[in-house]
Design a protein around this ligand. Structure first.
Ligand code: RET
Length: 284
């Protein structure tokens, strides 16, 4: 086997066994689906901006920022996948290409560095905090968000060569994650107070969606170990495809579905305040 150093496990599989047609194409397709959805959803957030009262529109603007950055970085991530592998007719598999970049999930991490603070701020423009201080929550959100991602970014380089280092960085990252979860629960609980019934219902959905979709990211980080259940990473194409699919489901849920639910919540709140987009023809 080639010496791949701190390359991620996708490269080790590409070098050892190579990828079957199905594993390679499914990965390429699911990565493509990811950025296509971001571009489509970009139009949703632009076109619905006037369906909410002006004070809620920053939430839609932040969704637009998230869509543009995710579209671009996920596009590059997809090209990184196809560029790092090439078809080997001898074995009928896709092997690590000789003279190109290795594959790395780093583009995703850079995307999160932009999107995580944006997604966390976004809800603060929809709900009204009853007890907590807006700027304190905002600062804690971006600090823990950035720390969670940067520590995970360092950790992912060790997923094959040093499981212990990988798990230590992963654990530090998880501490920041827990802090974010506690803060978000508080924001949503406070936001429900005094909100119209339907908006309260949406906020309940947002909490469940947030919890489940954000948990998928550490799941994908751990993917090589989830398939081996030991301290040796599983160097199998199933785990690699599993990671691409998990990331795509997580991205669509945490960015797109979350943004849509926030738009629906803001529409309900706008209506309760006398701004009903279904009745104001001229506003649209
Ligand atoms: C890492 C490292 C391992 C431990 C934990 C992680 C959490 C990542 C999360 C990422 C969320 C990203 C989002 C992106 C949307 O654009 C960094 C994988 C806990 C929660 C929501």
């Amino acid at each position: 086997m080639n010496n791949l150093g701190n390359a991620t496990f996708e490269n080790y599989v590409g070098s050892l066994t190579g990828y079957s047609e199905m594993a390679y194409q499914m990965s390429a397709h699911v990565l493509t689906l990811g950025y296509a959805i971001m571009l489509a959803a970009l139009f949703y957030f632009i076109l619905t901006i006037k369906t909410v009262a002006p004070k809620y529109r920053t939430s839609s603007v932040l969704s637009v920022v998230v869509m543009v950055s995710a579209f671009l970085l996920l596009l590059v991530q997809q090209q990184n996948w196809t560029g790092s592998l090439s078809f080997d007719p001898g074995s009928a598999t896709y092997k690590l290409a000789d003279s190109s970049d290795l594959f790395n999930n780093g583009y995703r991490y850079l995307n999160w560095l932009i999107d995580v603070p944006m997604l966390l701020f976004q809800i603060l423009f929809v709900v009204t905090l009853t007890k907590s201080n807006f700027s304190s929550v905002r600062n804690q959100f971006w600090f823990s968000g950035a720390a969670m991602i940067l520590t995970g970014y360092v950790g992912q380089y060790y997923e094959v060569t040093s499981p212990v280092t990988f798990f230590i960085w992963g654990t530090i990252s998880t501490l920041f994650f827990v802090h974010i979860l506690i803060l978000m629960k508080r924001v949503i609980d406070e936001g429900k107070e005094g909100a119209p019934a339907q908006a309260q219902k949406y906020l309940g959905y947002i909490w469940v969606l947030f919890l489940v979709s954000w948990m998928l990211y550490p799941g994908a980080y751990l993917m090589p170990y989830l398939f081996s259940l030991s301290l040796e990473p599983a160097l199998t194409e199933t785990a690699v495809v599993g990671r691409h699919i998990t990331y795509t489901i997580a991205d669509v849920s945490s960015k797109v579905i979350y943004g849509i639910l926030l738009t629906l919540t803001a529409q309900e709140m706008s209506k309760a305040e006398g701004y009903d987009y279904e009745k104001i023809e001229t506003a649209l």
